[in-house]
Design a protein around this ligand. Structure first.
Ligand code: PFF
Length: 512
């Protein structure tokens, strides 16, 4: 194994910050508050926390500990536990690749809006103008037809990719340096925004909506579905990321405790952004406008709130810049973590130089992400986002649980999780129940539900009017490629073997 050459975290704190940085992303800022609004505030929070402890934390521990054991990316980790499950790691890696192509585009939009937010200064009270700014700047139309990339969007995308690459150019070493800023700055900005929000007259209505549980919400099965989906998405699991981050851990790492710190911090930041959203939207009397669509919230709804915050255009514009800057700093460490996940998977398997691999991935992904920068970009993004998150991610979760729970051994993994823990340890029964039963069953239900919604009952924010061929290509074909990626990797490896390449044997050796 290539333990000695592998980059590793400078300290325990660096690892925890990097993992929090990855977990805390746009999902916390714009999806969590919207879902809470949809599902009876406090009730959503309660179900979310229950799902976090029952399923999210055990699976986060599982990914980190397997990766720490092998010091390998996702593909090889799944080969290590059982040769037949290697494809699961590649499906996670391939899906992560698809995700980063559009996440980077969203990152570019957010960068662009940080600059254009100064225009809010001249829009005081004009909600309509505020809600149109994003479309004016990006020229995105929401339909599949449309070519050309507006220059500012292209520039923002390029800047976004340069920033992403710069942060991970030296793997764990450079990640460790930037996460100090990319984790604390958004929290600071959220606190500044929360202070403004909570001192507004209508804020109490908003906070009541966020924290007081509406018990009727329990009757809606989509509450459970959304809460569980959000837990998995928010922890950045099933995206190859936590395998890469876990693979840089040393033998002394206390995974049982660190995973809880990461998960609780992630949830706390979701609640903090909930406080910001609910208090400010309550403050301007727009609570009923909240939606669970992230893009809509950030680029259409929230701008309306911004221009109605005060009578001072300058103040509103500054608040707008702070809001988008908060999103930039939140998104960047999620974006580079996913590139790191893909890079670790590929470079470990093919024994490539990690730096060159990262560079190659950034170049290929950035070219693909141009698609989302076109005038048809939003429509393509909507399709790809729907398939990668609602279908692929969930199915990968089921497969990961089956691979570890049923094709390997939960006892061995728990031993690894609890290896260095002194006080708190992960109980075997809890882990076992979660990985073998709760999580795969819950995720399977989620999968069926999402499939039903997609095929039978097209609803929600997913627009049913896209061209059929576009859904076939960006949806089904991409998904199929994700799940057969392991097969292609095998073909390439077998071909390379004929030319003298030696594939590493990865074996789970028990510690003495
Ligand atoms: N945990 C991240 C979030 O909540 O935004 C999920 C994520 C999405 C991570 C996309 C990385 C990424 F590229």
């Amino acid at each position: 194994m290539v333990k000695s050459k592998r980059s590793s975290w400078a300290s325990r704190g660096t690892f925890i910050l990097a993992a929090i940085g990855s977990a805390v992303g746009l999902g916390n800022a714009w999806r969590f508050p919207g879902l809470a609004a949809k599902h009876g505030g406090g009730m959503f929070l309660a179900v979310y926390l229950a799902a976090l402890f029952a399923m999210g934390i055990p699976l986060l521990m599982m990914e980190l500990s397997i990766a720490r054991k092998f010091h390998r990316g996702a593909g090889d980790c799944f080969r290590g536990i059982n040769r037949k499950t290697e494809f699961v790691g590649w499906a996670a890696t391939a899906n992560a690749f698809v995700i980063v192509t559009y996440y980077a585009a969203v990152f570019g939009w957010v960068l662009l809006m940080t600059v254009y937010a100064v225009k809010f200064a001249g829009m005081t009270g004009d909600s309509e103008a505020a809600s149109k700014l994003f479309f004016e700047v990006t020229e995105t139309t929401g339909v599949i037809e449309g070519f050309g990339i507006p220059l500012p969007v292209l520039a923002a995308l390029i800047v976004g990719w340069i920033l992403i690459y710069w942060c991970i150019r030296n793997g764990a070493k450079s990640v460790g340096k930037v996460v100090k800023y990319t984790v604390f700055i958004p929290v600071l900005l959220l606190i500044v925004m929360a202070v403004k929000g909570c001192t507004m007259p209508g804020a109490a209505d908003g906070l009541k909506k966020l924290f007081v549980p509406d018990y009727n919400a329990l009757q809606d099965p989509s509450l459970w579905i959304d809460a569980i989906g959000q837990v998995f998405f928010s922890l950045s699991i099933m995206m190859a990321i936590m395998f890469a981050y876990g693979s840089y851990l040393n033998e002394k790492a206390n995974i049982a405790v660190d995973a809880v710190i990461i998960a609780v911090s992630d949830a706390a930041i979701s609640v903090l952004s909930g406080i910001v959203m609910f208090s400010t939207m309550g403050g301007v009397g727009m609570l009923d406008n909240m939606t669970d669509s992230g893009i809509e919230t950030a680029f259409i709804i929230y701008p309306q709130t911004i221009v109605n915050l005060t009578d001072s255009g300058v103040f509103n514009a500054v608040f707008g810049v702070i809001f988008y800057l908060m999103l930039v700093t939140l998104a960047i460490d999620s974006a580079f973590s996913i590139v790191e996940g893909i890079s670790a998977s590929v470079s470990d398997k093919f024994k490539l130089d990690p730096k060159k691999t990262t560079r190659g991935i950034c170049i290929i992904a950035s070219v693909i992400s141009l698609l989302y920068a076109t005038r048809a970009g939003l429509a393509w993004l909507d399709i790809v986002d729907n398939w990668t998150n609602q279908i692929n991610l969930i199915l990968i979760g089921v497969l990961e649980c089956i691979a570890v729970g049923w094709c390997f051994s939960t006892e061995k993994v728990v031993k690894q999780i609890n290896r260095n823990t002194v006080k708190f340890s992960m109980p075997l029964q809890w882990f076992d129940l979660s990985v073998k039963y709760f999580s795969p069953i819950a995720l399977s239900v989620l999968f069926v539900w999402n499939m039903y919604n997609l095929l039978v009952n097209k609803h929600g924010h997913y627009n049913a009017d896209y061209k059929f061929w576009a859904e076939i290509i960006a949806g089904w074909v991409v998904s199929a490629l994700v799940f057969v990626s392991g097969f292609f990797i095998r073909i390439i490896i077998n071909h390379k073997k004929k030319n003298g390449f030696v594939e590493d044997e990865i074996i789970w050796e028990e510690e003495q």
